[in-house]
Design a protein around this ligand. Structure first.
Ligand code: IMP
Length: 439
C-alpha cells in the first residue's frame, strides 16, 4: 500500500499537518499537489516550532524526499524565505525537489488578488491575498510562468510581457511600482530561479520511482474539499482542487496509485473567508470554541468562523474524496460543552428537507440545518490514548460521527501535542497506522 493521501474534508484548517507529520518520518516521499502559500501549519518538535507554507513538513526528516508537485503554485520569494528560516533552525533542505512544471506567483498576481477583492466589495471572497487565484488563472489561460522558465532569461522576459499585456489596465494603480518593471522583474525572478535550481527535478519520475519500488509516498493536501474550485461553494473557494483525485493530477501519479485516502475532520467546523456555512454559530459558544481551539488563521491571522459539525457536507466530502479513513481532530476542544449539536439535514427556504448536499448554490445559501443534540462531557480528555479511556459521552460522539459519515474513524486528536492522539483499531490496521510507528 504505498500511496497514502491526506486531505481536508471541511473548509481547511482541520489539522492535517499533525497527521502528515506523524507519517512523514517513515515515508520515502512527501508530495504537495495543489495550493500554494495560502496554506500553512506549524509543527512543534520538542521546544522548537517550525512554520510551513510551501515546503512539505517532511523536510524535518533526513531520509524523506519532499516534493512540491506540478499542481502547486510557488511564490519563489516566500519559498526562499521559508528555506532560509529552516536553515537558521538547522534544517537541511537539500532533499527538497520542485517540479519544473509548477507555476510561479508573480508580483502582478498579488496586486491583482488585492484589486479583485477590492472590486468585489461586499461580495469579496476573503482570499489570503497571496496571488493564488490570479496565478492559477494565468495557468488556465496559458499565460503562466513556470518554474522552468526562471532558468531562461529570454523565455522569462517574453512570457512576462505576454502575461502582463492583458492586465495592464487593472495594474494601472501599481504601474510605477518597481517590482513590475520588466527588467527588474526578469532579473529578480532569474535570481530566484538560480537559487532554486538545485531543487528543480523531474518530480513526476521521482514519485513514480518511489511508488514502483514499493516505497511509501504521502500525498499532502492543502485547504479542503468544500473549498474545491469544482466541487466546493463556488465562487467562495480556492482556485485549485483540494479533493483527493487531485493528488494524482498535481503530482503525476496515476489514480490507481492512491491506495489509501484519509480525510481530516475537525470535531466541529471552522471556515475562514466568505461563503455559505449553514452550521455557523455566533455568541458565547463560538467565542469559547474559537479561544479554546486557537481558531485564528495560520497564514493571515484572521479569526475563523465557528460552527457545529455538518454531516450533510461531510458525507458529500467523503464521497467526493472516496475516503477510507477519517482523522477526527480537536475532540478535546469540545470538552465542557453541555450538549453538542450535529447537523443531519438541511431545511430549504421552501421547507423541503435535504439529506444530500444541494448542488445549487442558492439552496445552500438559504439552507438551515436540522440538528441532533448529543450529551457533552466535562472531563479533560487530553490524556486519553485508547477509545475506552474517553468518557462515555465522548465515545458516543465519536461513534455517532463515524456512523453519520459512513467512514471508519482511524485516529482522534485529543490535544495539540504530537502524541496526543487515539488510534482506533481501524486506524492501527490501516496503511497509515502501520507507517506511523505506533509504539
Ligand atoms: P485563496 O486561496 O487565497 O484564493 O482564498 C480563497 C478562499 O480559500 C478564502 O475563503 C480563503 O480564506 C480560503 N483558504 C485558502 N487557503 C486556506 C487554508 O489553508 N485554510 C482555510 N481556508 C483557506
Amino acid at each position: 500500500m504505498p500511496g497514502i493521501v491526506i486531505v481536508g474534508a471541511q473548509w481547511g484548517d482541520e489539522g492535517k499537518g499533525k497527521l502528515v507529520d506523524l507519517l512523514a518520518e517513515r515515508s520515502d516521499v512527501v508530495v504537495r499537489f495543489q495550493g500554494g502559500n495560502n496554506a500553512g501549519h506549524t509543527i512543534v518538535h520538542g521546544d522548537v516550532k517550525y512554520a510551513f507554507h510551501l515546503v512539505p513538513s517532511g523536510i524535518l526528516y533526513p531520509g524523506t524526499t519532499c516534493v512540491i508537485g506540478n499542481g502547486v503554485v510557488v511564490d519563489p520569494e516566500v519559498l526562499l524565505g521559508e528555506l532560509a528560516q529552516l536553515a537558521t533552525q538547522g534544517v537541511d533542505s537539500s532533499g527538497l525537489r520542485i517540479s519544473p512544471n509548477a507555476h510561479v506567483i508573480m508580483p502582478y498576481h498579488k496586486f491583482l488578488d488585492v484589486a479583485g477583492e477590492a472590486r468585489l466589495g461586499k461580495n469579496q471572497i476573503g482570499t489570503t491575498k497571496r496571488g493564488i487565484g490570479p496565478c492559477y488563472g494565468d495557468k488556465v489561460l496559458r499565460l503562466g510562468i513556470r518554474i522552468q522558465d526562471l532558468l531562461d532569461e529570454k523565455i522569462l522576459k517574453k512570457k512576462i510581457v505576454a502575461a502582463m499585456e492583458p492586465k495592464m489596465r487593472s495594474l494601472r494603480p501599481w504601474e510605477r511600482d518597481p517590482s513590475l518593471d520588466l527588467q527588474q522583474m526578469t532579473e529578480t525572478y532569474l535570481a530566484f530561479g538560480h537559487k532554486l535550481e538545485r531543487h528543480i527535478a523531474d518530480t513526476t519520475a521521482l514519485v513514480w520511482d518511489a511508488l514502483d519500488g514499493g516505497g511509501h509516498v504521502l500525498f499532502e493536501g492543502a485547504q479542503a474539499a468544500l473549498l474545491d474550485i469544482d466541487h466546493g461553494t463556488y465562487p467562495f473557494v480556492t482556485s485549485s482542487n483540494p479533493v483527493s483525485g487531485s493528488a494524482a493530477v498535481g503530482s503525476g501519479a496515476g489514480p490507481k496509485d492512491l491506495d489509501e485516502i484519509w480525510g481530516v475532520v475537525k470535531a466541529y467546523s471552522t471556515r475562514v473567508g466568505s461563503g455559505p456555512f449553514p452550521t455557523e454559530l455566533d455568541g458565547q459558544i463560538a467565542t469559547d470554541l474559537r479561544k479554546k481551539g486557537g481558531e485564528q488563521g495560520t497564514t493571515t491571522g484572521r479569526d475563523r468562523r465557528i460552527g457545529w459539525l455538518d454531516l450533510i457536507s461531510l458525507k458529500y466530502a467523503a464521497r467526493l474524496c472516496t475516503l477510507d479513513q477519517v482523522c477526527l481532530t480537536k475532540l478535546d476542544v469540545l470538552s465542557g460543552q453541555e450538549t453538542i449539536k450535529v447537523a443531519t439535514k438541511y431545511r430549504t427556504q421552501d421547507d423541503a428537507i435535504l439529506e444530500r448536499y444541494p448542488y445549487h448554490q442558492t439552496v445552500l445559501h438559504h439552507a438551515t440545518p436540522e440538528y441532533d443534540e448529543l450529551p457533552g462531557w466535562e472531563e479533560d480528555i487530553s490524556g486519553c490514548r485508547e477509545l475506552s479511556d474517553l468518557p462515555k459521552a465522548a465515545q458516543d460522539y465519536v461513534a455517532y460521527v463515524e456512523e453519520g459519515i459512513g467512514v471508519p474513524i482511524g485516529m482522534i486528536g485529543v490535544g495539540p501535542g504530537n502524541d496526543e492522539n487515539i488510534w482506533t483499531r481501524a486506524g492501527r490496521e490501516s496503511a497509515a497506522g502501520k507507517l506511523a510507528n505506533l509504539s
